[in-house]
Design a protein around this ligand. Structure first.
Ligand code: ZN
Length: 296
């Protein structure tokens, strides 16, 4: 099953058309795409009976984030060996986890404000939780995943890497619009191999990143087990699983995202997102913040 958010409404994409879930279910299910994860098993059982009669065209410009208001967004750093190497780091012994704050979510074709600084791309496969997970063994990790979507872990490196060590990545990766996901959520059964999905980034026509999730150092079931041993994962939470090599910041010369660039992201079996950026007149936050006058 492929699930989308078209015009803010929960939609199933089947046979190339969009079926409105509230209408097709006779109001059994809410039109709010975020609410469905609390009733995921009931929803998938019902969805198996739905046909695409009465569907309407899928309109890219009307697609929003398939998970518009996740309660928690976990993101995993250095989870591909080739990206560990280009970052000058050593293989981690445990997942390196930070957060992208939920207010940074954007849709698959949104225009994103460029905040200045060093904005970089990180294509990632994103796991969406469909059943509460607490102390889940690795063998049952996939049972708690509703589906997979495509994400960009957009990162403003100046803010991400500012401050005394250890730097806190969270704000530099959470500017408004810096967590675009979509264009659809795809259930794991739809993939030839849910553990081996190709992801790529094309920046203004140039292939920058291309890899497969079989190279993840900590695969999705391990991430579910590890995170759920620390705190509950709830329906509708997201896990950005990490990015492969090819990011712009470690290239020589650097290749960062400018306001004239088009950022295209792809994931096999899910689809493509395209993003444009707009300039802002506001100064970068690091240039305007200052200490209390008590400490000058
Ligand atoms: Zn990332």
């Amino acid at each position: 099953m492929r699930v989308a958010n078209q015009s803010g409404r929960l939609t199933i994409v089947a046979d190339g058309v969009a079926v409105d879930v509230e209408q097709a279910s006779g109001c059994r299910f809410s039109p709010d795409p975020q609410h469905i994860f609390d009733r995921w098993d009931e929803f998938t059982a019902w969805a198996a009976t739905v046909d695409s009669t009465g569907g309407v065209p899928v309109v890219e410009s009307e697609l929003g984030a398939p998970v518009p208001r996740p309660g928690q967004i976990f993101a995993v750093g250095v989870n591909y060996a080739d990206h560990v190497e280009e970052s000058g780091l050593t293989l981690p012994d445990a997942p390196f986890v930070f957060t992208k704050f939920p207010a940074s979510i954007a849709g698959p074709y949104d225009t994103i404000e460029h905040p200045g600084g060093s904005v970089d791309f990180e294509v990632e496969l994103v796991a969406v939780i469909g059943k509460e997970a607490r102390n889940v063994p690795v063998s049952q990790g996939w049972d708690h995943v509703a589906g997979l979507t495509l994400g960009q872990d957009l990162s403003e490196r100046d803010l991400q890497l500012s401050g005394p060590p250890p730097q806190q990545f969270n704000l530099g990766k959470s500017f408004a619009g810096f967590a675009p996901i979509g264009p659809v959520l795809v259930t794991p059964d739809e993939f030839d191999d849910r553990d081996d999905v190709e992801v790529s980034t094309i920046l203004s026509g140039e292939l920058m990143q291309n890899s497969r999730t079989r190279h993840l150092i900590f695969p999705i079931p391990v991430l579910v087990a590890y995170l759920s041993s620390i705190l509950p994962l709830r329906p509708g939470d997201l896990i950005f699983t990490g990015t492969p090599s090819g990011i712009g910041f470690t290239r020589d010369p650097k290749r960062l995202i400018g306001v004239d660039d088009e950022l295209v992201s792809r994931a096999e079996g899910i689809g493509e997102m395209r993003h444009r950026f707009t300039a802002t007149d506001r100064p970068h936050p690091l240039t305007t913040v200052s200490r209390s006058t008590n400490h000058v």
